[in-house]
Design a protein around this ligand. Structure first.
Ligand SMILES: [Zn+2]
Length: 294
């Protein structure tokens, strides 16, 4: 993996962001949040994120495997929903990446679950400036990928290097025909490329291009955030990412400054993507910084 960041100012910004996220999670009132579920296909159910990331659960004869776990205060509600579906506390817990809205509940499931993630997830959860409880750390890590054989199917963890972060994985339930993309794909918005955690706009595009050819056309796709999606929708989304990144890069090559590019903005047809977590200025910023510090 890359060092966390060589730039001390970037480290401070990252620390501030992580502390803000942690404080937000600790102070946020989760009492009104309801955890629900919907069947997706085969063994797989989706527990939609409400502010936090989407959870996938495989239920079957071998027990429960869960992908991501939102925030710790929601763990009891997540367990209750799994119990309502007829499952026990998860035996296997996979993290698509280290961000707290996807791994924040790790320590609440660790008594029953073996936590599995890419090796950089463990490194980032060990960050001495924002350390997590030892129980939150993955027990099993991998570099490129891993196959689990659980509930009658092969479940493939595929590392997606330097995209959203440097520790992202897609989780492919091969027989159920479902793919959890983590935050490498978010429906309806510009992507969040966490440049301070090894993310890269170019890497995100390359990851999608490498992965998409392997996927059946009718596969059901769970994004990191947003509603259940399709391969065609995900291809259209990465097309938008490529087009907008290309437009910004044209300006960079012409020698325009970041301020000039932001002032000009993207064509209005892309405006709807900027109404969520990442607005247009933040997306232009990520493309620009990704290009000057790839
Ligand atoms: Zn994330």
């Amino acid at each position: 993996m890359r060092p966390l960041s060589a730039n001390p100012f970037s480290r401070l910004l990252l620390l501030a962001a992580l502390l803000a996220a942690g404080t937000e999670a600790a102070e946020q009132d989760f009492s009104a949040v309801q955890i629900t579920s919907m069947p997706v296909s085969g063994n797989v159910h989706l527990l939609p994120g409400t502010g936090a990331g989407n959870i996938a659960v495989s239920l079957g004869a071998d027990g429960v495997l869960m992908v991501d776990d939102q925030f710790a205060p929601l763990a009891d509600k997540i367990k209750a929903e799994i119990a309502r579906l007829g499952g026990q506390s998860p035996r296997l817990l996979l993290n698509t990446h280290f961000h707290a809205d996807h791994s924040g509940g790790n320590e609440r499931f660790a008594d029953a679950a073996t936590i599995i993630a890419h090796e950089n997830v463990r490194v980032r959860l060990l960050d001495p400036e924002a350390p997590r409880a030892p129980a939150a750390l993955p027990l099993l890590t991998y570099a490129d990928g891993l196959s689990l054989h659980f509930n009658g199917e092969e479940i493939r963890l595929i590392h997606l290097p330097h995209g959203h972060t440097d520790g992202d994985s897609a989780v492919w339930f091969t027989a159920s025909n479902v793919l959890h993309m983590g935050d490498e794909y978010v429906v309806g918005g510009f992507p969040f490329v966490d440049l301070l955690s090894g993310g890269s706009v170019e890497g995100l595009i390359e990851n999608h291009e490498r992965l998409v050819g392997q996927l059946p056309d009718d596969i059901k796709i769970i994004p990191g955030h947003g509603p259940l999606s399709t391969k065609a929708e995900m291809q259209a989304w990465i097309g938008m990412v490529k087009t907008t990144a290309g437009l910004v890069m044209e300006q960079v090559v012409r020698g325009r400054s970041l301020e000039q590019i932001k002032a000009q903005g993207l064509p209005p047809e892309f405006a709807a993507y900027g109404t969520g977590f990442i607005n247009e200025a933040a997306w232009i910023d990520a493309i620009y910084r990704s290009s000057v510090n790839p």
